[in-house]
Design a binder for this molecule. Structure first.
Ligand code: SAM
Length: 486
């Protein structure tokens, strides 16, 4: 889809529909919001750095978004935060502020089993991964150290192959060990795992009415809205097969049409009496659901009002609909069986140990190393069996075995700090050597502190960015080709 600095704005048919729904004064405010540029939201990766520490090194002014998420900010849109090396190192995620409300409302807690059913490209999944590992803070530590022994687990899924790969890349940048990425239809996941999740997010594919200010060329019609609503009802109907009794389910869209929002929830509640809407905490700009926009009974109407609507004229974001539901009962679930670990062969063990001795200063538990298709993974501490689910990533990818050597993965570099590496070079964000590294150049030894040959972690201000290998008087660049800056 083409991006333009000034999208044409919402289609006339859509505006006519909103005009019929909203009172006059409110409709005027809603339409006026389209004349203002969208806000750039930035969420700090608390697995890598505390909010206070990030605020002290942030290269751009940060404006807090609210008490509902202390790690959420807006930044001026001319600061190009996506181009800064801290972004490459996964210190933050750029996201529409209203999208940040979803994980904050679902509020996973350490130790829980969490599912993001439609997770690509991973904005909300990265947020869930951070919250699942606690509030951050304390002594500086890498994402790997913080999540190594975590008992919580995030399963992030998307049905589309290309999008699921992008999801895995964004989660790699986030650095957590306790994350699994799958690419499956929800029914297949339910068959593999069952109703065991403490928290499930369904950020449903929708008509995207909240994206008109950001993207040009979004096609819109009542027929598209109706087709989206049918699809959403179908996906949501499978949720009872995934949420445990006593668990929570959050349904979210970035669209305003009642058919895709209150209408989908009303249909779901009618067929799933074990679920009821919870009353989430309310912060400035959190409006209520609009039961009067759909046909419902009185009891359901009262529940629908508990949903949250974020409007672009009342909240500093593009708009979202969020319905937080609770399943009655109280039964902590656990998937049957443990993940079938395939340990490394004696030769693989030798290659890994040689790399770990040379390059790492932290020790990883040998009993959690798993080999699949010549790739070595570090399994999460809680590692349930996933049956026939289609896995893209199970835990942290450490690297790959080649015939006579081990090559470390970019994912591993992104989960480390300079202190975790036996050999590291760390430069400030504006150092020309860092710019040269990010562009793919090799670096002459004269530019580096003295150190033995071998794998070296390259870091920005101590945060792992990628690998280099010292040999023949230079640092050979192993920054992934697709990420290099020309
Ligand atoms: N949660 C994502 C984020 O915060 O970055 C955005 C999700 S987007 C609104 C909806 C996603 O649903 C798309 O990535 C799409 O590929 C996926 N999707 C569509 N149909 C699906 C299905 N039946 N099961 C799972 N995912 C599906």
């Amino acid at each position: 889809m083409k991006r333009a600095t000034q999208p044409a704005g919402p289609p006339a048919d859509f505006l006519a529909k909103m005009q019929a729904l909203l009172p006059t004064g409110e409709y005027d405010a809603f339409v006026a919001a389209y004349d203002r540029p969208p806000r750039v939201g930035l969420r700090v990766n608390t697995l890598k750095i505390s909010v206070a520490d990030f605020s002290s090194i942030a290269p751009f002014p940060l404006a807090p978004l609210g008490a509902w998420e202390p790690a959420a900010f807006t930044v001026p849109d001319d600061t190009r935060p996506g181009r800064h090396p801290y972004h490459d190192a996964g210190l933050y995620y750029l996201q529409d502020p209203s999208a940040m409300v979803a994980a904050a409302l679902l509020a996973p807690r350490p130790g829980e089993l969490v599912l993001d059913l439609a997770a690509a490209p991973g904005g909300k999944a990265t947020h869930l991964a951070a919250l699942l590992n606690g509030p951050g803070g304390g002594a500086p530590a890498s994402a790997l150290s913080r999540t190594l022994d975590a008992t919580g687990l995030l399963v992030a899924n998307d049905v589309h192959a290309g999008r699921a790969r992008l999801l895995a890349e964004n989660l790699a940048r986030w650095g957590a060990v306790n994350v699994v990425v799958t690419q499956d239809e929800p029914e297949r996941l339910a068959a593999a795992l069952g109703p065991v999740f403490d928290r499930v997010l369904l950020d449903a594919p929708c008509s995207g009415e909240g994206m008109f200010r950001r993207q040009e060329g979004i096609e819109w019609s009542e027929a598209i809205v109706a087709a989206c609503a049918r699809r959403q009802r179908g996906i949501l109907a499978g949720a009872p097969d995934l949420v445990r009794p006593g668990g929570r389910l959050l349904y979210a869209t970035c669209t305003f049409s009642p058919e895709e929002d209150e209408g989908v929830i009303a249909a779901f509640l009618a067929g799933a009496p074990a679920f009821a809407l919870a009353e989430p905490p309310r912060f400035p700009g959190f409006d209520r659901g609009r039961p009067e926009w759909v046909e419902t009974s009185g009891k359901t109407a009262a529940q629908l009002a508990r949903a949250v609507r974020l409007w672009p004229h009342r909240f500093p974001g593009e708009g979202h609909f969020l319905a937080l539901m609770e399943r009655d009962g109280d039964e902590a679930g656990e998937p049957a069986g443990a993940f079938p670990r395939r340990p490394s062969s004696a030769n693989e063990e030798r290659l890994w140990a040689a790399f770990a001795d040379e390059a790492l200063s932290l020790e990883l538990p040998a009993g959690r190393l798993h080999v699949h298709a010549n790739r070595l993974y570090l399994l999460p501490r809680r590692a349930p069996a996933v049956g026939r689910a289609h896995l893209l990533r199970y835990g942290l990818l450490l690297g790959e075995f080649r015939p006579s050597r081990f090559v470390p993965a970019h994912d591993l570099a992104l989960s480390l700090n300079a202190a975790d590496a036996a050999s590291a070079v760390s430069w400030p964000a504006d150092d020309p050597r860092l710019r040269a590294y990010l562009s793919g150049a090799d670096l002459p030894a004269a530019e580096l502190p003295a150190a033995p040959n071998g794998w070296t972690l390259v870091a920005v201000d101590g945060f792992g960015l990628g690998w280099g290998k010292r040999a023949g008087g230079r640092l050979k660049n192993h920054y992934p080709h697709p990420l290099r800056r020309l």
